[in-house]
Design a protein around this ligand. Structure first.
Ligand code: F3S
Length: 279
């Protein structure tokens, strides 16, 4: 069976940077804590815990005076202030692309008064972006479809987008606002790593008989890669690690594609590729 790797797959710049910063804070002395899992990859989180990076669910659970690493998704300004106020050192691993979206939302909220955030309400990245805008206005709306845009929204309106969204979604919301007679100010904050991985996955799914998508089941960008592949290739499988591969999935398969979400490190991809090659 031929194994074809997507042209772009696996750990993105922001995730790699967060991992490096977390390990550096441990190496610099003392313990490091993360609020929630550092990345959406249970295997990596477990490994980090062995290396001294502990996941906590509340700021009070982090030892006073220790380093608290802010995840690549970013946090709300309130959480950022609370971490510092609790006497901890803030290690800000917010991905620079996410920070750009937060800054754009805050800026448009100040200048325009209404902000639409194209993204899943409740996702930590979106919560952070929304909270940055809410420092200046209550008129901030996280939406994933035109139906969620308030019918009485009034110009001027700014639009930013969750870094992992698809461009079509942004275009759909912008067209809807235009149909309401509003010409919004748009900041396309979709990150290049995401679109590269999505385009490469779509290309790959046209060339192979089956596809394996590697990444955490709690990772939204991995789920999106799965959806893109499954739309073209019926035999698409989502796994977290090589141990889950089942030989029976590939009976009669001439070529299998491999892609991976932005929180999947290189060693996990290499392990899956090696195992598939042995099949
Ligand atoms: Fe950043 Fe993009 Fe990765 S936003 S965390 S480089 S997917």
């Amino acid at each position: 069976m031929k194994v074809v790797r997507a042209k772009h797959a696996g750990a993105c710049y922001g995730v790699q940077r967060a991992l490096d910063l977390a390990l550096k804070s441990v190496a610099d002395g003392g313990r490091a804590y993360t609020l929630g899992p550092l990345i959406h990859n249970p295997q990596v989180v477990e490994k980090l815990s062995d290396q001294g990076v502990t996941e906590v669910s509340a700021i009070e659970d982090a030892e006073r005076g220790s380093s608290v690493v802010i995840r690549s998704h970013g946090v709300t300004p309130q959480v950022m202030r609370a971490v510092a106020a609790a006497g901890n050192t803030v290690v800000d691993a917010t991905c620079p692309h996410v920070a750009r979206a937060q800054k754009a939302a805050a800026d448009m909220a100040r200048r325009l008064g209404s902000v639409v955030v194209v993204g899943e309400a409740g996702h930590p990245e979106v919560e952070g972006i929304v909270a940055c805008a809410r420092e200046s206005t209550e008129r901030v709306y996280a939406v994933t479809s035109p139906a969620e845009v308030p019918a009485d929204i009034e110009a001027p309106v700014g639009v930013v987008v969750q870094t992992t969204q698809q461009k079509d979604k942004l275009d759909e919301i912008v067209s809807h606002l235009r149909a309401l007679g509003i010409e919004p100010e748009v900041k396309n904050t979709i990150c290049f790593a995401t679109s590269q991985r999505q385009d490469a996955a779509a290309d790959l799914s046209e060339q192979v008989d089956a596809i394996v998508v590697i990444g955490g089941r709690n990772s939204s960008n991995t789920t999106r890669l799965f959806d893109i592949c499954a739309a073209q290739c019926e035999r698409t499988f989502h796994i977290e690690s090589a141990a889950e591969l089942d030989e029976s999935w590939f009976s009669g398969v001439g070529a299998v594609g491999v892609t991976a979400g932005a929180s999947t490190p290189e060693d996990q991809i290499a392990e899956v590729v090696a195992r598939l090659e042995r099949m």
